[in-house]
Design a protein around this ligand. Structure first.
Ligand code: ADP
Ligand code: ZN
Ligand code: ZN
Length: 704
């Protein structure tokens, strides 16, 4: 007797293999079994999706290859996991194999059964008995207690709308403890936008739970791990050894058989949406995943809860909570009763000509430093200046491979393209006319750091020492450990002013920052991207949220915390809402605009993206696909816009174009996109599309 398992393998994107491949097996293999199968000349990892005992119609039995082996000792991937993967593949228009295999650690393929057994044995053994009577964390505030109680009984996804410093993390910690203690096999998934940016969070989880559940109780899953670390983390989660998985967006697809709670911290963060491969939203998949778990748990009277937390929720989640699809729990007050920072707008129209930092802002910073307080200066642009230019002939530091300028980095005297990485030493003179006087235009974090060091040179700290300015951005944190080291100098008070990109605005719990300044915010006010205001508002609120977090310190200091914003448009309505810390009002105006324009979350979008040797080929392929669309199911329910080049049209000599597809109905858009796939593949071979390199469908894109 033979079986004919359908096995999903990592099919390259757009190979046209939407579902699994058929193999032969002597044994009946349970769905979810991990196997090795031959594929071409290689042997690859696969997941059994189903295993009928009759050969599918039309199969050539003689040409069907045998399953090479089963990964022994590994429990199979359960139905809920497979349902999640299937949904993700369908919804984001990718192949099952691509999504399934991307969710598995690549090293699994290379392990022999002996090696696997050794690994499993090492991680096995009864989990350490919970230590009793361990510290439970601080007594909760009333708001925290109410939120936690509501969360425990919630029947819908929860949106935890908590001000910066309201103690959301403490709610996650206690919800985690309750979930883990309720059931011996329970597991909790905690997702964060970028683990490395917030080492404090991991430390808080370890400190709280390792004494209770043992050192192996918490594992991390993120793309910065070595293949071996990823394998171990994944195995621990899959076998139930790990009770808590702390991870980035990829962790949403981890195998977690005992899942009872999912936390999505800073749920508004764009990094939850992946920008390559299967372009899924981990936040949205988290909500779906909880639903799948709940359908299965219903009969046991148990639930898997999902919490999305933010001080500035995404408009999608906010809208869902307005409609009652999500349960909104508000924690407006800061722990200790501290105030949110007061907004100080600096009208740049009234500042000395050419001033990069307004004198009143510099004076305010000097005062803060003298009192032993710290400042944060946010500028979302790294390097010294975005462009280097010759004022004689008009030469600019364009990247030869991209339609973008190379950024001037003064510290190592390079011109670096932030899109393709192309780097050269700064020329001594203008490459076109020989003029020696080439100059930076605009500013980046390096320049602000340099200027501030000069402007604050005479300022003395409370301890009499000179004021110290530091910088934190992708350049300064490139080396392993440097981010932690830089954060440590902030926490210890060694540094008085930290200049940096958006990474300084993330969830850090700094205790002595009392002033935050945002420079160059105006770019976000008038950007063509309709999500730009939402992102700017969130960024400024989050940055401001780093100030005045320690109520006791603030009252000792006797001064209120402040959020300064330099702008040429102080009357802009966005600043009104920001001044009042009024996210609901901001969201209401944004949602009203979106509704009248049929934009998400009221309408639904997908982008068809094409990369090609020439812009013409990219657009020709898109247009051909559009021309072939009439007649497809639900064509009447979608609007297809003309193909356009991307804002940065060429990157690393690849031309990029895209086409927006919109529909008032999510379901109609889904079915249309699925029906369109064969056309998209077929159009690749059209003569006018010659030079097409790749294409992608991006469902619910973040930038259009
Ligand atoms: P959020 O994530 O909402 O910005 P955090 O969870 O980081 O806020 O909490 C802010 C600060 O308040 C942290 O230093 C945290 O340790 C502290 N904190 C949180 N909850 C409590 C509590 N119930 N009692 C005392 N301190 C708390
Ligand atoms: Zn020149
Ligand atoms: Zn480039």
């Amino acid at each position: 007797m033979a079986f004919w398992p359908n096995v999903v393998v990592a099919t390259p994107a757009h190979s046209g293999v939407a579902e699994g491949l058929c193999y032969r097996s002597e044994l009946s293999l349970a769905p979810g079994t991990l196997v090795r199968v031959p594929l071409g000349a290689r042997e690859v990892l696969g997941v059994v999706w189903e295993c009928p005992d009759v050969a599918p119609a039309g199969l050539s039995e003689a040409r069907t290859r045998d399953v090479a082996g089963v990964l022994e000792g590994l429990p199979s991937l359960n139905d809920r996991w497979r349902q999640l993967v299937q949904f993700a593949a369908r919804y984001y228009q990718r192949s099952l194999g691509e999504v399934a295999l991307a969710a598995l650690p690549p090293q699994l393929r290379d392990l022999s059964n002996v090696q696997l057994a050794r690994r499993l044995k090492r991680s096995a053994g009864a989990p350490p008995a919970p230590a009793q009577g361990m510290a439970d964390g601080p007594a909760l505030s009333d708001e925290q207690r109410e939120a936690l109680a509501a969360l425990q009984t919630a029947q819908a996804p929860v949106l935890l709308f908590g001000a910066t410093g309201s103690g959301k993390t403490e709610v996650y910690l206690q919800a985690t403890r309750h979930a883990l203690q309720a059931h011996a096999d329970a597991q909790v998934l905690v997702m964060v936008p970028e683990i490395n940016l917030t080492p404090q969070l991991e430390a808080r989880f370890r400190e709280r739970f390792e004494p209770l559940f043992g050192a192996g109780a918490l594992v991390c899953l993120h793309s910065g791990m070595t293949p071996a670390q990823r394998l171990n983390g994944w195995l621990a989660a899959h076998t139930g050894q790990a009770r808590i998985v702390l991870g980035t967006r990829m962790a949403v697809l981890a195998s977690l058989p005992g899942l009872r709670l999912i936390v999505v911290d800073e749920e508004h963060d764009p990094s939850y949406k992946s920008q390559e491969g299967a372009r899924y939203s981990a936040r949205d998949l988290a909500v779906y995943r909880a639903k799948v778990e709940n359908d299965a748990l219903a009969s046991q009277g148990a639930r898997c809860r999902v919490v999305l937390g933010s001080a500035t929720p995404s408009l999608e989640s906010w809208h869902a909570s307005e409609q009652g699809r999500y349960l909104r729990l508000a924690m407006p007050a800061r722990i200790g009763g501290g105030a949110l920072p007061r907004l100080r707008l600096v009208d740049m129209n009234h500042q000395p000509k050419g001033a990069v930092l307004a004198p009143p802002l510099v004076a305010a910073m000097a005062e803060r430093i003298a009192r032993g307080e710290q400042c944060l200066v946010l500028l979302n642009r790294r390097g010294y200046a975005p462009v280097l230019a010759c004022h004689d002939c008009g030469w600019k530091s364009a990247c030869p491979h991209c339609s973008a300028y190379r950024v001037f980095h003064k510290l190592d005297r390079t011109l670096r393209c932030h899109h393709c990485g192309f780097t050269e030493r700064v020329p001594r003179a203008c490459p076109d006319c020989g003029n020696l006087d080439i100059a930076p235009v605009g500013r980046g974090t390096e320049q602000i750091e340099e200027q501030l060091a000069g402007l604050l040179a005479d300022v003395k700290r409370a301890d009499g020492g000179p004021a110290r300015v530091a910088r934190m951005d992708a350049d300064s944190t490139r080396h392993k450990g440097s981010l932690e080291a830089q954060l440590a100098t902030m926490h210890s008070g060694e540094v008085d002013v930290l200049v940096g990109t958006q990474m300084i605005a993330k969830g850090h719990d700094f205790r002595r920052i009392t002033l935050v300044a945002g420079l160059h915010a105006d770019a976000g006010l008038f950007a063509s991207d309709y999500r730009a205001p939402e992102r700017l508002f969130a960024l400024l609120m989050q940055a401001g949220g780093r100030a005045g977090r320690d109520a006791a310190f603030m009252s000792e200091q006797g001064a209120a915390s402040e959020m300064w914003v330099q702008t040429w448009y102080p009357q802009h309505p966005l600043f009104d809402a920001l001044r009042r810390h009024d996210y609901p009002a901001f969201a209401a105006t944004q949602l009203a605009e979106r509704e009248s324009a049929g934009m998400p979350p009221f309408g639904h979008q997908a982008l068809l993206r094409a990369d090609a040797r020439t812009q013409q080929a990219a657009q020709a392929w898109l247009n051909a696909a559009a021309q072939a669309a009439p007649g497809l199911p639900h064509f009447a329910d979608v609007t297809i816009y003309p193909a356009v080049p991307l804002t940065i049209q060429r990157v690393a000599n690849v031309e990029r174009a895209q086409m927006l597809v919109e529909s008032a109905s999510r379901g109609a858009l889904q079915r249309f996109l699925a029906a369109w796939q064969p056309t998209l593949l077929a159009c690749r071979s059209l003569p006018e599309a010659k030079g097409l390199i790749r294409f992608a469908v991006d469902v619910d894109p973040l930038t259009v």
